[in-house]
Write a protein that binds this ligand. Structure first.
Ligand SMILES: CC(C)(COP(=O)(O)OP(=O)(O)OC[C@H]1O[C@@H](n2cnc3c(N)ncnc32)[C@H](O)[C@@H]1OP(=O)(O)O)[C@@H](O)C(=O)NCCC(=O)NCCS
Length: 173
């Protein structure tokens, strides 16, 4: 790990890099269960919505540019779910296995603690052992496995839900 790697809040100028990572995950992985790539307007709407809700969008930056991002947002829209969020973390294919997701997740957990998040869930395709291992490192445990709820690349996908609770002993407002 070199000193010139930083994790910071995303800016609108980072959206083309975020878009490229997002669309690569659509094209090549079962991390995002979309068949069609999205455009910059889609990511801008996502950025504005997250910012509007005061949720973080973090990027990891190297001297060559943005190489990954992580965020969380509302899990479900009804008011009773307001203390629960769902996270996402993506690193571009050329920079995986270098600890970038760990850097992003470390800062994301700090933001969640500071932001009063009670529970964080991660919906992960069950074959994504890398993401499951990553989330285990950050205190997530598997709470559900839903067989064949998705379909991509000509096959059924199972969804594993992992969850971390931040403040067990506090009542929420
Ligand atoms: C999942 C993903 C974000 C991990 O990013 P990364 O930067 O490569 O991960 P890191 O190098 O920070 O590794 C963090 C931990 O992930 C796990 N991990 C990473 N690469 C792994 C591999 N090849 N095999 C098994 N576990 C692995 C390990 O637990 C690792 O910790 P360790 O180094 O102490 O063993 C990245 O592979 C990715 O973007 N994949 C495509 C999108 C995706 O699946 N996103 C998650 C959706 S739920």
């Amino acid at each position: 790990m070199v000193d010139s790697i930083t994790v910071r809040d995303a800016e609108i100028a980072d959206l083309p890099a975020i878009l490229a990572i997002h669309n690569d995950a659509i094209r090549h992985t079962t991390a995002i269960w979309d068949d069609d790539e999205v455009d910059l307007a889609d990511r801008l709407a996502w950025f504005d919505e997250r910012r509007g809700d005061a949720f973080p969008i973090l990027v990891v930056e190297t001297p060559t540019g943005v190489s990954g991002y992580a965020s969380y947002g509302r899990w479900r829209s009804r008011s009773g779910y307001r203390n629960t969020v769902e996270n996402s973390v993506y690193v571009d294919a050329d920079h995986r296995g270098k600890g970038f997701a760990r850097l992003l997740m470390t800062e994301l957990m700090i933001r969640a603690e500071a932001g009063g998040v009670h529970a964080m869930v991660a919906g992960i395709e069950s074959g994504n052992t890398v993401s499951i291992a990553l989330h285990e490192q950050f205190g997530f445990t598997v709470v559900a496995r839903m067989p064949e709820v998705g379909y991509k690349f000509g096959r059924w996908l199972d969804l594993t839900y992992m969850q971390r609770i931040f403040r067990r002993d506090e009542k929420s407002e």
